[in-house]
Ligand binder design. Structure first.
Ligand code: ZN
Length: 296
């Protein structure tokens, strides 16, 4: 493949270049590889399009037109499954933090319904959205949600230093070019002692919750990261957010973590996963899928 378009990236969590391919994965990903870091166990598509190549691809609109999942023409986040998981994130947040009247910045706010849920009188939050899609920003404007059209990195580069009580990444971090880069930038926009909530899918080292072809696909350039609870904890700790709450993820489709902004990370643990166990886990999942769900 063209080296101007693709690059092999080091581990986004620990920067190790010692990455193993997961043998079961390319079967579901049009032959493209999925990696696990041998040093920390973080699962990621390390071989992916460069940011420049992705921008060219987005500009040409080809990708959007061909991928129903992310096409503006067909995709809407207002379907029951998405509303359900956002509702879970709202209630988890309300259970663990005093959010009434506080300010929140959602990174990758999409069509804004998570923030809409937090504007109701029960919570009365002061909402702000960072969202790269201009189409979605038009929707946010129509909902009178203050917003910035661009990425988290764009926002922090031009930010006037505004800080929020809470930042949120709701099913967004897995789609970022660099998860660690976004989290580092997020630290700067959270007030000292403020919080970050991250919600994501929960599949790694968990009971198999869907056939593998429903989880892995060829969209690795827009979905490079697959978090375990350990990997996400270490990413948050590395970025200066001490994990203070997590959901019971063993039997949930969701993984939701809340972290408090801290200035010193020296004492925070950096839990890892074993890469051999990850590879074996995918092998079992692959075998289970092929034996029982391959035709679904
Ligand atoms: Zn690593």
């Amino acid at each position: 493949m063209n080296t101007d378009t693709f690059a092999l990236y080091p581990c986004d969590l620990c920067t190790s270049q010692d990455l193993a391919e997961i043998p079961a994965a390319p079967h579901y990903m049009d032959g493209r590889p999925l990696h696990v870091c041998n040093a920390c166990g973080f699962v990621q598509a390390a071989y992916r399009r460069t940011p420049e190549a992705l921008q060219r691809m987005w500009a040409e609109e080809i990708y959007r037109a061909n991928d129903a999942r992310i096409s503006d023409k067909t995709y809407t986040a207002r379907i029951p499954a998405v509303v359900a998981r956002q509702t879970f994130a709202v209630e988890f947040l309300a259970e663990h933090l005093d959010i009434k009247g506080k300010s929140i910045c959602e990174i990758g706010a999409g069509e804004g319904q998570f923030l809409e849920m937090l504007r109701v009188p029960r919570f009365d939050m002061d909402t702000f959205a960072i969202e790269p899609s201009k189409e979605n920003c038009a929707i946010l404007n129509s909902l009178q949600i203050k917003n910035f059209a661009g990425t988290m990195e764009d926002y922090s580069a031009q930010s006037n230093g505004e800080q929020f009580d809470i930042a949120s990444l709701i099913w967004t971090l897995e789609n970022c070019q660099s998860a660690s880069g976004v989290l580092a930038a997020t630290h700067d926009i959270v007030k000292p002692g403020g919080h970050l909530v991250i919600a994501t899918g929960n599949r790694i080292l968990m009971p198999f919750k869907k056939p593998l072809q429903y989880y892995l696909g060829s969209n690795v350039d827009v979905h490079p990261y697959h978090f375990s609870a350990n990997a996400l904890t270490s990413l948050m700790h590395q970025a200066g957010f001490k994990v203070t709450a997590h959901n019971r993820f063993i039997d949930s489709d969701y993984l939701v973590l809340i972290g408090k902004r801290v200035e010193n990370i020296d004492d925070l643990p950096m839990p890892t996963d074993n890469s051999a166990e990850i590879i074996q886990f995918f092998e079992r999942w692959h075998n289970e899928t092929q034996a029982h769900y391959a035709d679904w």
